[in-house]
Design a protein around this ligand. Structure first.
Ligand code: GLN
Length: 486
């Protein structure tokens, strides 16, 4: 039987393409065939860029094979719809940007172009990346390929569902408080949030600029490293992008993890956590131990303040970043009798309730008289959380935790309860506040066959060790090979 190319990984396709066993066009055909058969059930995409993909395929199909400067040559990759793609609609899943066509390319996607990728489409998200379920999309809800009645996670739920259902080979997402790792965990794939500053944010529509970071969603750890290599590195167009040199992240994969110290923070094994999730993560820790890693108890004492601090800081930054959507400069405009009414009607009709809630909360936290009590306090808490990680990393190489407290929940289950929704990111948010890298990899299934994620957190700019530990675990298990039945 002929293999379905859409089900393969970047590295598997790289081999087939370089040996000329398949053509770029065949790979692209396979991905669109898959999209045609499953997308009406999954709804991962906001825009499917079929014509553009075939145009890109004919360019990269003509490139010399074995061109090492193009590790993504001919690989169909989906991009979260909050990264600007020149000439291609970029909506942030918001009505306010429904017709916005960027005149420029984000740096992350420009680097994918340099690497020879093929854009499959732009994926659905919670509006402006605010949410944990993709239910806040201004357009539609994406479904979890493992159970169509459940959410795929968020905010990069479209990207995660597209990868898990083989509607693309890999995808880009963005992570402000967990939006790459959480949907990766709930869809049974690999999601990496790099160190803050590792990947340029130029052209990523800003939600909370001090936390946002672009990263890959992939079918395995090797592909995550390949994607990270492609998108990383200093960018003069983003003043927060780091000058740090970029190693070859694939080079440490396969190394022995004997003696690696893995920190286990007891603050991450809490009441209310799903028993199947807790069991799978504890088994994963035992597995790492059997590979020679040494578990060490560590403490991250300010963990319980992370969600509160995050929702002050993220909403404050959002209230400032979203001020630009006023009906004058971009996309949607609602009529009004004067300028003020035009602003008001545009924002009232263009933003969903969650976005409005955050703009109000953030504006309040930044207003005079409240600034010291909320924003400044949250910044101080952020520093304490960062110091917790610095202290812990004096004793260990990586920290291992669950990615989420539960597996995927039902569509609608938390939609009317924002506080419950905010708690879905309880294990991922501190990582953004501290600016360190974190990955989620598959580590098991619940009794009702839903995927569970293991989070591995590293030191600043030490994605190499994170990937090395993740790869060692992955290669000793079979979880990443399972696929949903669609
Ligand atoms: N779920 C979190 C939020 O709603 C994180 C979102 C994200 O990482 N973009 O803000």
């Amino acid at each position: 039987m002929k293999v379905e190319l859409s089900k393969l990984t970047i590295s598997e396709l790289r081999g087939l393409l370089d040996r000329k066993e398949v053509t770029v066009r065949e790979v692209v055909d396979s991905v669109y065939k898959r999209i045609d058969s499953v997308e009406d059930r999954i709804r991962a995409f906001v825009t499917i860029t079929r014509d553009k993909a075939y145009e890109m395929a004919s360019v990269s199909g003509n490139r010399a094979v074995n061109d090492n400067s193009m590790p993504l040559r001919g690989i169909p990759i989906a991009v979260k719809d909050n990264m600007c793609t020149k000439g291609i609609r970029t909506t942030c899943s918001s009505k306010i940007l429904h017709s916005f066509i960027p005149p420029y390319e984000s740096t992350a996607t420009a680097r994918l172009i340099e690497n020879g990728y093929i854009l499959t489409g732009k994926t659905n998200l919670d509006e402006f990346a605010m949410g944990s379920s993709t239910e806040n999309s201004g357009f539609h809800t994406t479904r979890n390929p493992w159970d169509l009645e459940r959410i795929p996670g968020g905010s990069s739920g479209g990207s995660a569902a597209a990868v898990a259902s083989d509607e693309c080979i890999a995808a880009l997402g963005s992570d402000t408080g967990g939006s790459i790792r959480q949907p990766a965990a709930l869809c049974g794939i690999v999601g990496l949030k790099p160190t803050y500053g590792r990947v340029s944010r130029y052209g990523l529509v800003a939600f909370a600029s001090s936390l946002d970071q672009i990263g890959p969603l992939t079918k395995n750890v090797m592909d995550s490293a390949i994607m990270l290599n492609a998108i990383s590195g200093h960018d003069p167009l983003d003043s927060t992008s780091a000058e740090a040199g970029v190693p070859d992240h694939t080079s440490t994969l396969g190394r022995d993890i004997k003696g690696m110290k893995i920190g286990i923070p007891n603050e991450y094994f809490i009441d209310g956590m799903d028993k199947d999730v807790e069991g799978a993560v504890k088994k994963a820790i035992n597995q790492l131990e059997s590979l020679g890693a040494v578990p060490v108890e560590v403490t991250l004492p300010h963990t319980s303040y992370a969600v509160a601090a995050y929702y002050i800081l993220a909403t404050s930054e959002a209230s400032s970043n979203l001020a630009r959507y006023d009906g004058v400069k971009y996309g949607f405009r609602a009529a009004g009798k004067d300028l003020l009414e035009t602003y008001m009607n545009t924002r009232a009709q263009g933003f969903s309730p969650e976005v409005k809630r955050r703009i109000m909360l953030g504006t309040y936290a930044l207003s005079s008289g409240y600034y010291d009590a909320y924003y400044k306090k949250a910044q101080q808490v952020r520093t304490l959380i960062k110091r917790d990680f610095e202290e812990a990393f004096k004793a260990v190489d990586v920290i291992v935790t669950p990615t989420t407290p539960t597996a995927a929940f039902k569509i609608g289950e938390k939609a009317d309860d924002p506080l419950q929704m905010y708690l879905s990111d309880i294990f991922t948010i501190s990582v953004n506040l501290a600016g360190v890298p974190g990955i989620s990899i598959p580590c098991g299934f619940t009794s009702n066959s839903l995927p569970i994620g293991l989070q591995i957190i590293g030191k600043h700019f030490d994605e190499e060790t994170v990937l090395m530990a993740a790869y060692a675990y992955e290669q000793s298990t079979e979880w990443h090979k399972r696929k949903p039945c669609l």
